[in-house]
Design a protein. Sequence first.
Length: 340
Amino acid sequence: MNTHFLAKNLKNGLLIASLIFILPLFLVNAAITDDHKDGHKDEPKSAHKDKNNDKHDDEHGDEHGEEGHIEISTQMIKTVDITSQVATVGEIKQRLTLYGSSTTDPSAVSQVRARFPGLITKLSVNVGDKVKQGQVIAEVESNNSLSRYNIVAPISGIITKRNANPSELADKQVLVTIEDHQQLWLDLQVFSTQQAKVAIGQSVTITQEQQQTESVIKQLLPTDNDKDKDTDTPYIIARVPLDNSQGTWSAGSLLSGSVVINSQTVPLVIDNRAIQVMEGKQVIFIKNEHGFEVREVNLALSDGQFSQVAAGLAQGEVYAVENSYLLKAELEKSSAAHHH
């Protein structure tokens, strides 16, 4: 069996993860069983029965002593991508979710016109093309001198509109529009019942599907009444800068902003991804010398991302976070096999 293939596809299914954990244990047990059979092949049945009963009692004692422990190597932890964190002091944050759309900064929009009226002899860019500042994008033959001159891009960006074609006359109309989307704004709508909670400087987590980034509220602006005539509910705009230097965001997209409106420091927090439920109890998995052990925890405050631990964990202890569900599944399987 190709172990590299298993490791690569492990996250896509719990069954594969379980096979990786169980297979070595199965092989070891099988080997022990064969040795046990060979060693007792010639013994009288009564002697074998007595020894087997004693061994069965001892095994049950050992298993109960190790209940709740999962032995796993460091290499296997890396293979199945179980990440860990150190339990420490942290913040529980109260959040308010707002919605809005991304917009282009007015200073990053350029409407390109011909300097002198004349015939357009060349227009080399189209909607969607990226241009650099100073790049030649058009050529016009002047009506006055009949000489031709170049039109260059005043800014770097993307062509969002094209309003002319070669052989047409260029007068005062906009030929093309260029927009620089490297820095966008997110305009979040803050309704009247929310306005007392929102302030400049508050942290914001911006989200769209799988994309996420952090920013802060920079401006609070009144609503443009002329622009929003059909909106009956009054609201203001919380403007949040949105870094788009990597080109991962688009202007005009509907986005959500999770605004931190209050935070409280607590002595001990854990990442909520670490929390699993077993037999109706909230548990986490604590890292030890040989793997992990399950531990019930009592939780207090939570903000959906982190939770305060009231009991069951000490500062400095290391606990499993990402893919901790694999440990839960292995422990449940071991428990089911034991009872069987």
